[in-house]
Design a protein around this ligand. Structure first.
Ligand code: FAD
Length: 512
């Protein structure tokens, strides 16, 4: 489609790109989304192996019940009626295990404290303190409450440490945990701090994670937690269909390789040699990659240097398992297992110390499912572990890489079998992804899980604003605002607010 002209051109069709496309197209703008892959969706996409479908970058979500934050945003986008949902166990949507002991994280703020109380019988007041703080932080972020940011109360929390907050619960020890592996005999006390941070894989828990990152994400899941029956790719399909029906254009199989500017117009050049013109650009890709597409003179060196210097969240190593029919139950919750009660150190582990944790989740194919058909097991992996193959491409990485994958898969499975011995013998096929898989799949540097890592010590520097130093060039997606379905949705609204006016847009969303 050479020499097409658009009002807005969006680079990348992840959730952020698709939502921006939907909003701006509904506002009457001529919008195109340019995507390097065959299918739109980025991390929302699924893949199929031997008839089994696997999700790649979304396994569950929060706050999708009527009146809750994501529900209110998605109602405006027409998503709430389009997605079949499976509510996760109310008494424990996430279960946190240390060795043979397991603790539930429940839905509902009162219920959250109530379900943990039997394990920490003297901690009623402290559990209340935890849920109150999570709610207090969430209420200070106007866009999480569909309000216009005015008085910047959120700054009170962006420079606070999540780790330090959790440490204030370290002196409270469990009196017991539910014993989940009968053959194991250890029953050491587990600190409440480790249980509360036990699902911090959700935000790539790091000693520098700001308090608001953990609190906003926890708030969303404690409010309510669910899976999308049949897979989260339906979010992408629904948004893409709506975008097309409002006149939007999605150009797939086109990697943006260069952006030029003549006067008020951007020229976007793609890998197949086509050029599109646009008055505005929104980048849904990693900011460093986006800036590298612009000619030197268009970006101030100090701005480029600042963005390039930011650290990314750690990457992941993932097993996608096909299971023998009727061999393993469908689990209506997620299992986080930790080798030791130190969830803040696990992202750093490499070599012989790896892995320190895993998240195990079974996909929901249909309501009332008795047995799991597929399972995904995720753990952290540093990019350095696979850096030897950094110059290679998918399918052509060589025998040493395949050996590395097999050896690490075996090591991870040994940890998994400790918690789920019944899984041995239930696996019919294993597919593996590494940091390189994600790097090549979504174009994210070093295969990072969630993009730029926020740092409470440098909140301003590690926060990427939607408006940039380049006129009519905007950022969206997980690197602005926050990652995850909720974070990216809110970020996309903030980005479009820069173009059509945030007050006006929020009124429309609230009125939907
Ligand atoms: C393993 C994993 C598990 C996760 N689990 C959950 C979960 O359970 N719940 C949850 O809420 N969140 C989860 N997340 C986070 C969530 O998936 C992401 O935060 C979110 O989907 C990111 O959306 P995005 O719009 O920022 O972009 P992305 O999904 O990164 O999409 C970017 C798009 O840009 C395209 N692109 C890149 N470069 C170019 C180029 N030069 N030209 C054209 N196109 C380009 C890519 O192909 C891609 O389609 C998970 C993430 C990962 C990695």
């Amino acid at each position: 489609m050479p020499m097409e002209k658009f009002d807005v051109l969006i680079i990348g069709s992840g959730l952020g790109g698709l939502i921006c496309g939907n909003i701006l197209s509904r506002e009457g703008m001529r919008v195109a989304i340019v995507e390097k892959e065959r299918q739109p969706g980025g991390n929302l996409r699924s893949f199929t192996r031997h008839g089994q479908k696997f999700e790649t970058g979304v396994h569950y979500t929060g706050s999708l019940e009527p009146g809750q934050t994501l529900f209110r945003y998605w109602k405006y986008l027409g998503l709430t009626d389009a997605l079949p949902l499976q509510k996760l166990d109310r008494s424990g949507f996430d279960r946190i295990s240390f060795g043979d002991q397991e603790f539930p994280l429940a839905q509902g703020f009162g219920n959250f404290a109530e379900q943990l109380l039997p394990y920490f019988p003297d901690a009623a007041a402290e559990l209340k303190r935890y849920t109150h703080k999570v709610a207090e932080v969430a209420s200070a972020f106007p866009l999480y409450n569909l309000e216009l940011p005015v008085n910047h109360q959120e700054h009170h929390y962006t420079n606070k440490s999540a780790f330090e907050f959790f440490q204030t619960f370290a002196h409270i020890l469990s009196s017991n945990g539910r014993h989940v592996v009968s053959s194991a005999s250890s029953s050491s006390c587990i600190p409440l701090s480790a249980v509360l941070a036990g699902n911090n894989f959700l935000y790539g828990g790091h000693p520098q994670t700001p308090l608001h990152v953990s609190s906003l994400i926890s708030h969303s899941f404690i409010s309510s937690a669910c899976r999308i029956i049949g897979g989260s790719d339906q979010i992408a399909v629904s948004l893409a269909n709506r975008f097309n029906s409002t006149g939007g254009t999605i150009l797939v199989n086109r990697e943006v390789t260069r952006i030029d500017r003549q006067g008020q117009q951007f020229s976007v050049i793609t890998s197949n040699g086509e050029t599109c013109h646009s008055s505005r650009i929104i980048s849904d890709i990693h900011p460093s990659v986006a800036l590298s597409l612009l000619p030197g003179g268009m970006v101030r060196p100090a701005y480029r240097k600042r963005i390039d210097s930011l650290d990314n969240t750690v990457s992941s190593f993932i097993l996608h398992l096909s299971l023998k029919p009727g061999s393993f139950p469908y689990l209506n919750h997620n299992c986080y297992y930790h080798h030791s009660p130190d969830p803040w150190n696990e992202c750093h582990l490499t070599g012989r110390q790896w892995p320190g944790m895993f998240l195990l989740t079974t996909a929901c194919q249909h309501p009332g499912q008795e047995f799991a058909e597929t399972m995904t097991i995720l753990t952290y992996m540093q990019y350095g572990e696979v850096a030897a193959w950094r110059e290679t491409r998918t399918g052509q990485r060589g025998a040493a890489y395949e050996d590395f994958k097999s050896e690490r898969a075996e090591k991870l499975l040994q940890l998994v079998f400790h918690r789920f011995p019944e899984l041995q013998g239930a696996i019919s096929r294993t597919d593996i992804s590494t940091p390189l898989t994600y790097r090549d799949y979504t174009g994210i540097p070093e295969g990072s899980l969630y993009g730029i890592r926020k740092n409470y010590l440098e909140p301003m520097i590690t926060t990427i604003l939607p408006g940039t130093k380049i006129a009519d060039f905007y950022f969206t997606g997980q690197n602005t605002n926050l990652h995850g379905l909720l974070g990216v949705t809110i970020g996309a609204v903030a980005t479009c607010g820069e173009i059509v006016g945030l007050k006006y847009l929020l009124e429309k969303i609230k009125g939907a």
